[in-house]
Design a protein around this ligand. Structure first.
Ligand SMILES: NC(=O)c1ccc[n+]([C@@H]2O[C@H](COP(=O)([O-])OP(=O)(O)OC[C@H]3O[C@@H](n4cnc5c(N)ncnc54)[C@H](OP(=O)(O)O)[C@@H]3O)[C@@H](O)[C@H]2O)c1
Length: 211
């Protein structure tokens, strides 16, 4: 599949780009800095320079799917986490892309209940997720808890509503979930939360998501 990765040079995005290439997909890695293009090639991706706060139509051209792994890091939540994501959803609709996998966040279902410093960010993520749900695209929305830089284990706990106090999840495993979800029909039209756990990613995604 020809897949555009937004945020492909990010910490999650680099794992996503590498996994896509390893699984035989044509990974198009969006970066906003020309100097990052060599790194994307080294991961097996095909770089494209684009900024989510500007026109992205050239980046999405010819794509069959999108994985959104970009994020503002709290710098510009409305411009990147909300409007940048919405811009890419709308560009995907225009391009006739079928599939869109969104890296969201635990807490985006109830921003007002989140910790005060995170509320704006969670509201921005909630708005972007809502726009994706209203789109014509076949979506999957993945909401991980706190991210770590531990090595991935390939084992997760997936549910519609998990308790954030129950743990965290390595970025490598989040990337594994995003790429596996992209390939699995059982995740179409689904929103779920994910933490580290005991179940292999594929089987966790291939059943109803209970608590
Ligand atoms: N941290 C957590 O515990 C946590 C928990 C749940 C969900 N999340 C979500 O996971 C996301 C990814 O995490 P991460 O650790 O991989 O973040 P990261 O390393 O900061 O990566 C974010 C990527 O987005 C890119 N980006 C930012 N603004 C952009 C723009 N205007 N146009 C195009 N690309 C842009 C960055 O590019 P540059 O290199 O050019 O800056 C970077 O490559 C976070 O942003 C957050 O939404 C995080």
């Amino acid at each position: 599949m020809r897949v555009l990765v937004a945020g492909s040079h990010g910490q999650v995005g680099q794992h996503v780009t590498r996994f896509l290439a390893e699984r035989g997909h044509d990974a198009r890695g969006m970066v906003r800095d020309e100097d990052q293009t060599e790194d994307i090639e080294a991961l097996g991706g095909d770089p494209v320079v684009a900024d989510l706060t500007a026109d992205v139509s050239h980046a999405i051209e010819g794509s069959e799917a999108v994985v959104f792994a970009a994020g503002s890091g709290g710098e510009d939540v409305w411009g990147v986490d909300r409007d940048g994501a919405v811009r890419l959803v709308e560009a995907a609709e225009e391009e006739g892309v079928e599939r869109f996998v969104m890296l969201s966040s635990m807490g985006a279902d109830a921003p007002e209940d989140g910790p005060e410093p995170l509320r704006e960010y969670l509201r921005a993520k909630a708005d972007a997720d809502e726009r994706l749900r209203e789109s014509d695209l076949t979506y999957t929305i993945v909401r991980p808890g706190e991210l770590t830089n531990e090595d991935g284990t390939g084992r997760v706990h997936v549910g519609e509503h998990l308790d954030a106090r129950d743990g965290d999840i390595p970025r490598e495993d989040v990337a594994r979930v995003l790429v596996t979800a992209l390939e699995m029909e059982s995740t179409h039209g689904r929103t779920f939360e994910v933490l580290s756990g005991d179940e292999p990613v594929e089987s966790a995604l291939d059943r109803p998501f209970g608590e």
